[in-house]
Structures are given as structure tokens and as C-alpha cells.
Design a protein around this ligand. Structure first.
Ligand code: A2P
Length: 334
């Protein structure tokens, strides 16, 4: 691959920093790197490959001469600036939800639908973090037995809500242990020692009673898998874990899959690591998945309540496979 001129919009954020790490770790060929953030970060520098680079303020003309831009600076920012970048001939890989369901924009998980990058018109969307790890695990099972229905409940880490959310969990944990009251700012309720069934914390529920995160999992799964017939329902919950999303997934397939067959299919699937040894008390854990790029699957068992049902537990690093790594993998496909 010829070295490219690259920009990272939202470079100072949790995902933005992981994007820089992934570009470095995977030796993405870079001719030039531009770091972009809000006016709040003016004057700051960040280190990339041992070199200090200035953070510039994101503006409409930031993308002249840039070939690939990775965006993780919020939906409003993407909505406004991704078209400017595309107009200047840059290909945007956007981590926000702004463009994901646009029929003109491919929504890509490289292990699942790599060919969809081919029809991009300047913007490619990176799916929701919880969706990515789920579809990586679902794809080999769908190919083998066709999914009829998916029921997922998530246990999502606070890092998915950004750097202020991480600080809030730290501060609240300390305060509560010191006997002081929790002071929720980012989340609508105390997050320390609690579970909040509202994601994103800033968005209202929609008319049908689902949260927007739940609807993302439902709609994005169908788009990525290229199959509208899959029925999906989700309950998404923020838990007081710093990093790494966990999911309880229950599926019903057209063709029966035994637990052993599913284990074998998953063990061979790209990007999946099966951790499923009950005697050794081995199963996927957020603490173990953190810092790793794979999706971990375990607790694979046949559903006692359905003849063609399976249950399993899926864990991945939401900042890596759920965001930065998936975005860099898409850039590599380009
Ligand atoms: P900044 O650090 O200058 O606020 P996180 O999700 O971890 O909170 O990070 C959000 C990222 O998006 C940060 O890099 C933040 O920059 C950036 N960002 C937020 N709003 C804007 C904006 N309006 N223009 C450019 N960058 C933004």
C-alpha cells in the first residue's frame, strides 16, 4: 500500500487515541498525519511514533490533501464535517452513528462484510461497538444455520461513553467508599455500584420503548449481515466496568446447531477466540479482553427452552474492536 495522508478527527478522545495506537501498532502506511479536535484542545500536542504532533482545530478546510480521515468526535461533528472531507476527495471512516443507516453509506465489519467498502461514496461507517462484537460472533453461525432470531442483553463499559464518563466512575467510586454522595453529571443516575438501562445516557428513549442504542443493535445487525429477515431484540445496559463490553446472546437458527458445532464454527471464524472451558472456569472476561483486538466467545450452550436455540457470552474491547481497530481495519481494506 502506498503511504497515505491521514487525519484523525477527535484525536484527543478515548477512541481517537486508540486510533493513533492502532495506526502505529499495525504499521498503517502514513505519509502525513493530521490530528484534529475541538478548540478546547488548541495548543496541545500528542505523540505518534515518538514524534510530537500539534492538535489542530477541526474546520471545513481541514481535509485538503488528506486521503483517509478517521472520525471519532461525536455525531454532530461527523454530520457537519464528513461531507466536507468527502468533497475534498478524502475517504472518511466515521465512528459515530451519524451515517450508519444512510443507504448511500456502507456499514462495515471487515470479518463480516468486507466487500461493502467497494461501494462507498466518500463515507464509510464504523458500526456501534456492541453491534460489532456481536456480528463477529453471529456471522459464522448465520452462514452455517441461518439466524431467525437474536435476543441480546449488554453489559457495557463506561469507556464507551467517553473520557468524562470514565472520570465520573472513578470519582463516584471513591466518593461513595468515602461515605460521600454520588454526583451524576455524565450519566443520569449514579453509575458506581449500579446498572443503568439507558444508553446513550444523553438520548431519550424512543416511542416504542427502546433506547437508541438498542435500535442501533437491531438495525445495524441486519444491514451488516445483509439480511433483513433476522429478527433482533436488544436490552442495553451501562455497568460500572471501566472497559470491555460483555453480552449475553441467545439465538434461534433455522437449522439446528449443537453447542459443539457452534464451538467449532466459532473457533475457525476470523477475529474470534473461543474461551469455553467450564471445568477451568474459563470464559470471556472484560478484564482479559481489554487491550486485545479479538472478540471472545464462551459459555456456549444449547438453549433448554428452544429446540434450535443457543446461548453464549461475547466480550470484546469496545475501544479497540468496537471502535478504533475496526476503523483502522476498514482503512486497510481501502
Ligand atoms: P476535545 O478533546 O478538544 O474536546 P471522548 O468521546 O473521549 O469524550 O472524545 C471526544 C473527542 O471528540 C475529543 O477528541 C474531542 O475534542 C472531540 N470533539 C468533540 N466535539 C468536537 C467538535 N465540535 N469539534 C471537533 N472535535 C470535537
Amino acid at each position: 500500500m502506498t503511504p497515505k495522508s491521514v487525519a484523525v478527527a477527535g484525536a484527543t478522545g478515548l477512541v481517537g487515541r486508540q486510533m493513533l495506537e492502532m495506526l502505529d501498532e499495525r504499521n498503517y502506511p502514513i505519509k502525513n498525519l493530521k490530528l484534529l479536535a475541538s478548540a478546547r484542545s488548541k495548543g496541545r500536542t500528542l505523540t505518534f511514533k515518538g514524534e510530537e504532533l500539534p492538535v489542530e482545530v477541526l474546520a471545513e478546510d481541514s481535509f485538503k490533501g488528506v486521503e483517509v480521515a478517521l472520525f471519532s468526535a461525536g455525531g454532530g461533528t461527523s454530520k457537519k464535517f464528513a461531507p466536507c472531507a468527502a468533497k475534498d476527495g478524502c475517504v472518511v471512516v466515521d465512528n459515530s452513528s451519524a451515517w450508519r443507516m444512510d443507504p448511500e453509506v456502507p456499514l462495515v465489519v471487515p470479518e463480516v462484510n468486507p466487500d461493502d467498502v467497494k461501494w462507498h461514496k466518500g463515507i464509510i461507517a464504523n458500526p456501534n461497538c456492541s453491534t460489532i462484537q456481536m456480528v463477529v460472533a453471529l456471522k459464522p453461525l448465520h452462514d452455517a444455520a441461518r439466524l431467525e432470531r437474536v435476543v441480546v442483553s449488554t453489559y457495557q463499559a463506561v469507556s464507551g461513553a467517553g473520557k468524562d464518563a470514565v472520570e465520573e466512575l472513578k470519582a463516584q467510586t471513591r466518593d461513595i467508599l468515602d461515605g460521600k454522595p454520588a454526583q451524576p453529571k455524565v450519566f443520569p443516575h449514579q453509575i458506581a455500584f449500579n446498572c443503568i438501562p439507558q444508553i446513550p445516557q444523553s438520548a431519550a428513549f424512543i416511542e416504542n420503548g427502546y433506547s437508541t442504542e438498542e435500535m442501533k443493535m437491531i438495525n445495524e445487525t441486519k444491514k451488516i449481515m445483509g439480511d433483513d429477515r433476522i429478527r433482533v431484540t436488544a436490552t442495553t445496559v451501562r455497568v460500572p466496568v471501566f472497559n470491555g463490553h460483555s453480552e449475553s446472546v441467545n439465538i434461534e437458527t433455522e437449522k439446528k446447531l449443537t453447542a459443539a458445532q457452534a464451538r467449532e464454527l466459532l473457533a475457525r471464524a476470523p477475529g474470534v477466540v473461543v474461551q469455553d472451558d467450564l471445568e477451568a472456569q474459563q470464559y470471556p472476561l472484560a478484564t482479559v479482553a481489554t487491550g486485545r483486538g479479538e472478540t471472545f466467545v464462551g459459555r456456549i450452550r444449547e438453549d433448554l427452552s428452544h429446540p434450535r436455540g443457543l446461548c453464549f457470552w461475547v466480550v470484546s474491547d469496545n475501544l479497540l474492536k468496537g471502535a478504533a481497530l475496526n476503523a483502522v481495519q476498514i482503512a486497510e481494506l481501502l
